[in-house]
Design a protein around this ligand. Structure first.
Ligand code: SF4
Length: 263
């Protein structure tokens, strides 16, 4: 068993697997994490996460391993599940569709939902269908986008994992915060616009995609996000304007499916 996190929950999981050889991979060195936790300096990822994980597996097997591609594998029914939900919501899976994912676990990882709605309006004005994705707990975000961008369809709480993969695969482009759906979109080769505020985009490979990061001096102030901005100004996200996001999104909407990236 390879524990890539070394956290309390993964320790519990390890304890539940007696007799299984275990290797713990320390994702970050405490000399790197401590100053960030104490707000002494911003976090800077020294390498891509995929490289870290690859190196961890190589250490386990004791030899160099070939690189694969970052890839999300759709199940045989995923597209059909998504298509049924899209059609029931009045969307045509065969027509251009912008997927919007305004949620994220932590507040400091969320670009303002009103700005997502602004992107939705601009896409709708150009004849592009728009659907908002999120969990049931993110229902308010979906309702807000649908209210501020009439014509955008709110799918929050309606897509399970199968439907989510199929839905993202149907999108011409995907706009999302630093979140699971954003990574799924990249792994499906869907041109993706990612918003990063308090976390570090250097952890991930955005070749072929677009990432917006304001680069304010205090950012990134965390590894996973925070409940609120410790400085109170939240400039890491508020400095990312809707105009800038639209300029980044437009080429993605016409790019077509991207080749999958080598990990
Ligand atoms: S603006 Fe606030 S939340 Fe964003 S990186 Fe700076 S301190 Fe962190």
């Amino acid at each position: 068993m390879l524990d890539l996190h070394g956290k309390i929950r993964s320790r519990i999981l390890r304890a539940l697997l007696p007799g299984v050889p275990k290797v713990v991979w320390h994702k970050r060195d405490f000399r790197d994490t401590l100053p960030v936790k104490l707000a002494l300096r911003p976090y800077r990822s020294s390498m891509l996460f995929t490289d870290r994980y690859h190196a961890a597996v190589e250490r386990v097997v004791g030899r160099a391993l070939p690189r694969g591609k970052l890839q999300y594998f759709l199940g045989p029914e995923d597209l059909a599940v998504a298509d049924a939900i899209l059609r029931a919501a009045g969307l045509d899976p065969a027509r251009p569709l912008l997927g919007i994912s305004p949620g994220a676990n932590w507040a400091t990882k969320r670009w303002p939902v009103e700005r997502f709605a602004g992107l939705a309006r601009r896409a709708l004005d150009r004849g592009i269908q728009v659907a908002v994705q999120g969990s049931a707990a993110e229902a308010e975000l979906g309702k807000t986008v649908a209210r501020l961008a009439p014509g955008a369809v709110d799918l929050c709480g309606r897509l399970d994992l199968r439907g989510l993969g199929g839905f993202i695969a149907r999108c011409a482009a995907f706009a999302a915060n630093d979140s699971g759906p954003m990574h799924m979109a990249r792994a499906l080769g869907v041109p993706t616009l990612a918003f990063f505020g308090s976390t570090d985009p250097a952890m991930f490979d955005f070749r072929g995609h677009e990432v917006l990061f304001a680069g304010v001096p205090c950012a990134p102030c965390s590894f996973f996000g925070r409940r609120r901005c410790p400085r109170g100004h939240f400039r890491c996200m508020l400095d990312l304007t809707e105009d800038r996001a639209w300029a980044a999104l437009q080429p993605l909407l016409s790019a077509g499916r991207l080749p999958l990236l080598s990990a």
